[in-house]
Design a binder for this molecule. Structure first.
Ligand SMILES: C[S@@+](CC[C@H](N)C(=O)[O-])C[C@H]1O[C@@H](n2cnc3c(N)ncnc32)[C@H](O)[C@@H]1O
Length: 344
């Protein structure tokens, strides 16, 4: 585009009713930062047309992958695609639909699969099977186009509860390592450096700058370093010790625990949690970015975007769901405006 901004020609903050494979053709290449979506599961529900009701699994996967290719086309170079799929039993055996899709997606050669994030449903449908357990997880696959994808893990799953009283602020913090340094066969210089480094980290803990510390000393602690921790192994070999500062942040794990939502007045049978979309918005987009959901359903993606200052574009083939989604987003917008103006 010359002189103009690409977002000027996008249907921002709109829910368009129609077949996503046709609607997406109207989007320019590399025009959205994130595609996040939950396609209809294979032969699970009839949404009144569209995908999911194919007779053969192969046909379903082909249709989904055709749409996936288009999604890849419209995502920016530093953008991401997040697809959530559910599985299905046939003849008492799981079909592994989500994983077949993920393999097909990576085999397009257009994307890399960064994570298979497991949604743990806190409130699965209460059913008792005699010969199997209740399925209570679903994957969210995170794909990217390049290694330069935008990523903000500091904003992901931020623990809003106040930190526990730090174990570390006690008087004994780190003291055991002094003894271990004395007992070790490090050289006098190495012992001196280890004590200085340890004392410095202890002071950081006492000032509340870090949550705690761990020390690994050559000949005392087992070498358990590999992969990205290889640098620590080198430190232990070279300096005789390594000091790990615990920042107190929650580990950013590939697990999201949330209840399945049902929303009063919205008769959509397969709503995914706004909270999950929210976490992906924090992780993979900046405020003002454009997010596409080609299977918008009840509008969960649009609601999260509205709440966190991202633009959304949503498609759904079922006019009733388009209307539900539109109403739901408008309700959120009105709530936000009322609270801005101090209404209750
Ligand atoms: C699993 S639901 C999405 C639910 C959504 N994530 C939510 O939280 O409400 C899948 C949606 O895809 C829609 N759909 C199916 N085939 C479609 C197609 N070809 N184009 C657009 N929408 C389609 C269905 O009507 C259904 O609402």
């Amino acid at each position: 585009m010359q002189g103009g901004n690409i977002t000027d020609i996008l249907p921002l903050n709109q829910i368009l009713c129609g077949d996503n494979i046709e609607l997406i053709q109207q989007l320019p290449n590399r025009s959205v930062q994130l595609v996040i979506t939950s396609p209809p599961y294979f032969q699970q529900r009839d949404y009144g047309g569209g995908m999911g009701n194919e007779v053969r699994l192969e046909e379903y996967l082909e249709n989904l992958l055709s749409l996936f290719r288009e999604c890849v086309r419209v995502v920016t170079g530093d953008g991401s695609l997040v697809f959530n799929l559910g599985d299905k039993y046939e003849d008492s055996s799981l079909l592994l639909v989500p994983y077949r899709f993920a393999i097909g997606a990576t085999e397009t050669g257009l994307v890399k699969l960064v994570n298979d994030i497991t949604w743990v449903k806190k409130n699965p449908t209460p059913r008792q099977f005699r010969r199997r357990l209740v399925s209570s997880t679903e994957p969210f696959f995170h794909f990217v186009k390049t290694a330069d994808y935008f990523y903000n893990p500091d904003a992901f799953m931020v623990d809003k509860t106040p930190p526990k009283k730090l174990q570390s602020q006690g008087r004994n913090v780190g003291q055991k390592y002094f003894k271990l340094i004395d007992q070790s066969d490090l050289s006098a210089d190495e012992k001196h450096n280890a004590r200085v480094a340890l004392e410095k980290a202890i002071q950081e803990v006492r000032r509340g700058e870090i949550a705690g510390l761990r020390m690994k000393i050559r000949g005392i602690h087992a070498e358990a370093f590999g992969g990205q921790d290889g640098g620590r192994k080198i430190q232990v070999e070279k300096n005789g010790f390594t000091l790990i500062r615990l920042r107190g942040n929650k580990l950013k794990r590939d697990v999201l625990e949330h209840s399945v939502e049902s929303i009063k007045g919205i008769k959509h049978p397969a709503i995914y949690p706004v909270k999950i979309v929210e976490e992906f918005l924090h992780l993979l987009t900046r405020p003002g970015d454009v997010v596409l959901d080609p299977f918008i359903g009840s509008g969960s993606t649009a609601v999260a975007c509205k709440q966190f200052g991202r633009y959304y574009i949503g498609y759904d083939i079922n006019p009733d769901y388009c209307e539900y989604a539109q109403n739901r987003v408008e309700m959120i917008a009105n709530e936000n405006t009322s609270s801005l103006f101090g209404d209750s």
